[in-house]
Design a protein around this ligand. Structure first.
Ligand SMILES: NC(=O)C1=CN([C@@H]2O[C@H](COP(=O)(O)OP(=O)(O)OC[C@H]3O[C@@H](n4cnc5c(N)ncnc54)[C@H](OP(=O)(O)O)[C@@H]3O)[C@@H](O)[C@H]2O)C=CC1
Ligand SMILES: O=C(O)[C@@H]1CCC=N1
Length: 264
């Protein structure tokens, strides 16, 4: 696959790292207005770094746009005359609907929206995908790319805002939980490095257990909570202080915010 990432910033470079580690391309173009920032990526075979978006589009089939929302319209205007039947547009841009992209490049283009998270850099992104009508014929290509970089799910476009909160912002929510449990482990006597290792691996184990068993979290919690034991003591104390409620309310606040800052 000939892939271009237009806007190689935080997310774009995370995607690039995932593609490079997986050797998942024939050629990979990375663009930004200040390409000198990322010239070191040219050490990888078949990776080209440039500020020339048109060259990247001309030389590629899959075009992944990872610029800021305010920058997408300009870059689409810049390259739209170069688009042909070979191109698939994949936009990671938050809140920018396929209809709005169509209004710039035309509804005959294959357009997919992808909402990955930064774990894409290590091949563990939960990525939600949706497409315009024409793009339904190419969404399998997008799934194939993002499945090599984690797991993907095709969803209706009207759920993309919710998916952004759950998965893209969600990485930050989980990081904060890891940090909090690490702080607690330090208080319980571990040095910071060991404390983080204990916290991260326990978090990974919990998710892996559910993924592999297909069980509900409460079923696994039941196995850990010895009657009158320390686990239920701690869990109930956390709930008295609003653990579940706090997470649910936080995600609702994020959802409200995303709907205020972007179109629905
Ligand atoms: N960060 C995240 O976890 C997630 C982000 N998103 C979405 O992905 C998009 C990118 O986010 P993020 O990576 O954090 O943003 P960044 O600001 O880090 O990256 C955007 C990049 O685009 C480049 N750029 C801007 N204009 C152009 C242009 N005309 N031509 C080429 N490159 C250009 C900028 O570099 P330069 O200034 O050098 O041009 C910059 O490196 C956003 O729309 C965001 O909503 C989606 C999911 C998760
Ligand atoms: O925080 C934000 O608004 C963006 C959307 C998802 C990740 N970052």
């Amino acid at each position: 696959m000939k892939i271009a990432i237009l806007g190689a910033g935080n997310l774009g470079l995370s995607i690039a790292k995932g593609l490079i580690v997986n050797n998942a391309f024939t050629t990979l173009y990375l663009t930004k207005r200040k390409p000198e920032d990322i010239k070191n990526y040219e050490k990888y075979p078949k990776v080209h770094v440039t500020e020339d978006n048109k060259e990247a589009v001309d030389q590629s089939d899959i075009l992944i746009f990872a610029v800021q929302p305010t920058q997408l319209e300009g870059i689409l205007e810049e390259i739209k005359d170069l688009l042909t039947e070979k191109h698939v547009i994949i936009s990671t841009v938050t809140g920018f609907k396929t209809g709005r992209i169509e209004s710039i490049v035309g509804e005959e283009q294959f357009i997919v929206r992808a909402m990955p998270n930064t774990a894409i850099a290590v091949g563990k992104s939960m990525t939600c995908l949706c497409s315009n009508e024409k793009g339904q014929k190419r969404v399998a290509i997008a799934s194939a790319i993002f499945n090599r970089l984690g797991t993907s799910m095709v969803i209706p476009e009207n759920k993309m805002q919710a998916a952004t909160v759950i998965c893209a912002s969600g990485i930050a929510f989980w990081m904060r939980l890891i940090r909090a449990t690490t702080q607690s482990a330090v208080q319980l006597g571990f040095d910071a490095k060991d404390a983080q290792e204990l916290s991260m691996q326990t978090c990974l184990g919990a998710a892996s257990l559910l993924i592999e068993s297909g069980k509900h979290p409460e079923e696994e919690i039941d196995k850990v909570t010895t009657p009158m034991g320390c686990t239920i003591e701690g869990l109930n104390e956390m709930e008295h202080h609003g653990l579940s409620s706090s997470l649910i309310r936080g995600m609702q606040a994020s959802f409200k915010k995303i709907n205020n800052i972007t179109e629905k």
